[in-house]
Design a protein around this ligand. Structure first.
Ligand code: ADP
Ligand code: MG
Length: 547
């Protein structure tokens, strides 16, 4: 027999394992979901490679996942006929943290004393290690689908080291086996395995057998027409593909025939995914799944949607790409460009009808994703007009929790008002207390109150709506000549100029100029920005970004 080699986990990995096993988990049952999803990934890869790779090992073998349990012995085995792993892949995949930032994120959760919800585990690429929640030692036997490959056995107690040895393994694929800890022995019961598979893995694209019995129902929901879809089933499907524990906010079946032919089932999550907040809006690894004739080609396909819509989850299935497309071909394919263009239109239409027909839903959506949608204004010029209509604002005339659109603002502004006014800052409360609002409040002129940090980069670029210029109330060139009350006697020039001069000398370089103000009602002084100057909130943001 060949020697057993011992390896140490990378330092990061040790800490991560410790966090997963001892501090953070809430649902040990998700270990099964994670093992099944890895098996399913491995099978998808085989199915995909088989399209081009004539030399592949065991080409004719069934694509399936098989589970065996023994309640008396408290043992568990899961086997797949997927791509398997070479020795290098074993070390790289099961000995290191998969995604950067994962450890930091988990530690911060622990510091905040938050429990890690089961659904996060998969999202952060540490799925395999969830198995240590239910067992003390795991054995992985695997053989790569490359012709002439060798079998290997990997074994670890999740404590800092693992061993690898060569073995004889007849067929390609991976077999994972272990004995449950005493407190987890329920998972060796048939009813529990069945329950968990139905709950989390019902839509896995390959048959999952427990002994002879198939546990999952394989259905391509996106191939069905709208009236054949049941909410409950669709919601389960969403939770499965999006790794979410909540139902979606809404879903949209799409069926397109014409220049391109495709079907899609798209979902609007209730909340922004954690990494979107964590990585400040970066949606690198997001997007719907791309299928070609029911075969999964790419998870998180970036090219199906513009970045500002990549929080939409779901499935897109087309017949117009060949099955063996590579990622590069997908990227540059005119078919993809067409699908993307059509989907974008459908999605914006979907938002629009939500706003009209289900305003409460729309509000929930806008709270979660408004800041991302706004990015589209500066990147998707084709759909700019539609995006502008989706914008919602707080204003001096909205009550808390209510919003106004530019259309509503523009329709209700006074006949002699020529401009749309906004005021940007950090919160509605702070904005309302500002002296620069006094004139507008006094005159009953509505002012939009912008408190989303993204606003200052986006709203000024709209320039005008319905031929009415958008203008920050800080700007010096606003016409304040109209007054409600009797105008007080103008201050005589010979009194005014020494005062202004005194201010100029005292403030020196700190300000550009000191002028007589017509905008104040109760306050004696205020700061404004020059005609060509930046809005002060914008200036603050720029300074923050530079530092
Ligand atoms: P993720 O699935 O998010 O990449 P995991 O911790 O679940 O993270 O798995 C780590 C890696 O181990 C996988 O990406 C895959 O390369 C490899 N792996 C795990 N299980 C299997 C399997 N059954 N067959 C082949 N490779 C596997
Ligand atoms: Mg996984």
């Amino acid at each position: 027999t060949s020697p057993v080699q011992e390896f140490e986990y990378k330092a990061e990995m040790k800490q991560l394992l410790d966090l997963i096993v001892h501090s953070l988990y809430t649902h040990p049952e998700i270990y099964l979901r994670e093992l099944i999803s890895n098996a399913s990934d491995a099978l998808s890869k085989v199915r995909f490679n088989a399209l081009t790779d004539q030399e592949m090992l065991d080409k004719e073998v069934d694509l399936a996942i098989r589970i065996t349990i023994d309640p008396k012995e408290m043992t568990f085995v899961i086997e797949d006929s997927g791509v398997g792993m070479t020795e290098e892949e074993l070390i790289a995949n099961l000995g290191t943290v998969a995604k950067s930032g994962t450890l930091g994120f988990m530690q911060s959760l622990k510091e905040q004393q938050k429990q890690l919800d089961g659904n996060l585990i998969g999202q952060f690429g540490v799925g395999f290690y969830s198995v240590f929640m239910v067992t003390e030692e795991v054995t992985v036997e695997t053989r790569s689908s490359h012709p002439g490959s060798q079998g290997f056995r990997w074994r670890s107690g999740g404590q800092g080291t693992y061993t690898i040895e060569k073995i004889d393994k007849a067929e390609r694929g991976t077999k994972i086996s272990f004995k449950f800890k005493e407190e987890s022995k329920e998972f060796a019961e048939e009813y529990r395995v069945e329950q968990i598979v139905k709950k989390y893995s019902n839509f896995v694209d390959f048959p999952i057998y427990l002994g002879e019995k198939q546990l999952n129902s394989i259905t391509a929901l996106w191939q069905r027409s709208k009236n054949e879809l049941k909410d409950e089933e669709v919601n389960e499907f969403y939770k499965f593909i999006a790794n979410d524990y909540q139902d979606p906010l809404d879903y949209l079946p799409v069926s397109v025939e014409g220049m391109v032919t495709f079907k899609a089932l798209l979902f609007l999550p209730k909340e922004a995914p954690p990494e979107m907040l964590y990585r400040q809006g970066e949606l690198e690894n997001h997007g719907p799944q791309l299928y070609v004739k029911k075969v999964l080609i790419q998870n998180e396909c970036r090219d199906l949607l513009p970045e500002y819509l990549r929080f939409i989850a779901g499935v897109v299935d087309t017949e117009d790409l060949s099955l063996n497309v590579s990622r590069e071909v997908v990227q540059s394919s005119p078919v993809m460009a067409k699908i993307r263009q059509i989907l974008t239109g459908k999605i914006l239409g979907w938002f629009e009808s939500l706003a009209k027909e289900q305003p409460e839903k729309f509000k929930t959506f806008y709270k979660a994703f408004g800041p991302i949608i706004k990015i589209g204004l500066n990147t998707d010029f084709t759909n700019r007009e539609k995006l502008i209509e989706l914008l919602r604002f707080e204003s001096t005339k909205t009550v808390d929790g209510e919003y106004v659109t530019l259309k509503e603002y523009s329709e209700r502004m006074g006949a002699d008002q020529k401009e749309i006014y906004y005021h940007s800052g950090t919160s509605k409360g702070q904005l309302l207390a500002h002296p620069n609002l006094e004139y507008f409040q006094e005159m009953g002129i509505e002012v939009l109150l912008l408190s989303d940090p993204v606003d200052v980069f986006v709203i000024p670029s709209i320039h005008e709506y319905d031929k009415k210029p958008l203008k920050s109330i800080e700007k010096a060139d606003i016409d304040f000549s109209k007054k409600n009350k009797e105008t007080p006697e103008p201050i005589a020039e010979n009194l005014l100029s020494p005062v202004l001069q005194l201010f100029r000398e005292t403030l020196g370089e700190g300000v550009e100029d000191v002028i007589e103000s017509h905008r104040l009602v109760n306050s004696p002084v205020t700061l404004v920005s020059g005609k060509d100057g930046l809005d002060s909130q914008m200036e603050k943001m720029m300074k923050m970004m530079r530092s």
